[in-house]
Design a protein around this ligand. Structure first.
Ligand code: HQG
Length: 194
């Protein structure tokens, strides 16, 4: 396995620990802020034996992550995932007025349920919405491949007018408790065959 691939796997493992399962390496995450102790994280990962990690490598993963998934606290003793948790944490996020439209990529097989109940957070703490169509395609593809994803246009401006509260994580992912179906529209695919 190449170094890049190895680091990508390690990053996914860190994401699993910080968002979903700190017990996988026997550590705890602070409920308020979602912080884990950096030394405990490093020692826990090494003790597990699957990966070797030290502080410089962890810093590199945090600095180069394609989606800015992780942050250190001010003195660098703690680390967290910025969003995407299923465990019970309270991450302070900026409440902000969203643009008129946001986007959500998903798979066609979920559409009956989504048009019936709206977008629900599932196992995560919030529904995630993308700022642009292209990002939504990438997110949706995770669930739909090998088929094309469906992209939903979310009428965020109307939701705000109706009193819904939007938050944005430190790494720019919009978060909301739910999106009722009346604010959703299925988009025509913007991809062409050439
Ligand atoms: C679907 C990645 C049936 C929803 C991405 C989605 C994202 C419903 C799936 C982040 C439903 C949940 C999150 C309903 C929603 N009935 N299905 N009523 N409501 N769903 O993975 O948004 O790379 O928990 O459409 O970039 O796909 O991990 O959420 O398909 O930001 O950093 O239930 O994960 O970030 O799937 O992805 P997920 P998501 P990372």
């Amino acid at each position: 396995m190449g170094k890049t691939e190895e680091n990508a796997k390690l990053s996914r493992f860190i994401s699993l620990i910080l968002r979903h399962n700190p017990a996988a390496i026997g550590i705890k995450i602070e409920r308020v802020g979602g912080w884990a102790d950096v030394n405990q994280l490093i020692e826990g990962i090494n003790a597990k034996g699957k990966f070797r990690i030290d502080r410089p490598l962890l810093e590199k993963i945090v600095a180069t992550d394609s989606k800015g998934r992780y942050s250190f606290n001010a003195d660098g003793t703690k680390i967290r995932a910025n969003q995407g948790h299923s465990i019970d944490v309270v991450i302070e996020m900026e409440h902000r007025q969203p643009p008129e439209f946001l986007y959500h990529g998903t798979a066609w097989r979920f559409m009956n349920s989504i048009m019936d109940k709206g977008l629900l957070p599932g196992s995560r703490n919030y529904v995630h919405l993308s700022p642009d169509y292209a990002t939504a395609v990438t997110v949706g593809y995770r669930h739909s491949k090998p088929e094309q994803p469906v992209v939903l246009k979310v009428h965020a401006g109307q939701m705000t007018a109706d009193g819904y509260d939007f938050m944005i994580s430190d790494n720019g992912v919009w978060q909301i408790a739910q999106v009722p179906p009346q604010y959703l529209a299925i988009m025509e695919s913007e991809t062409t065959n050439g």
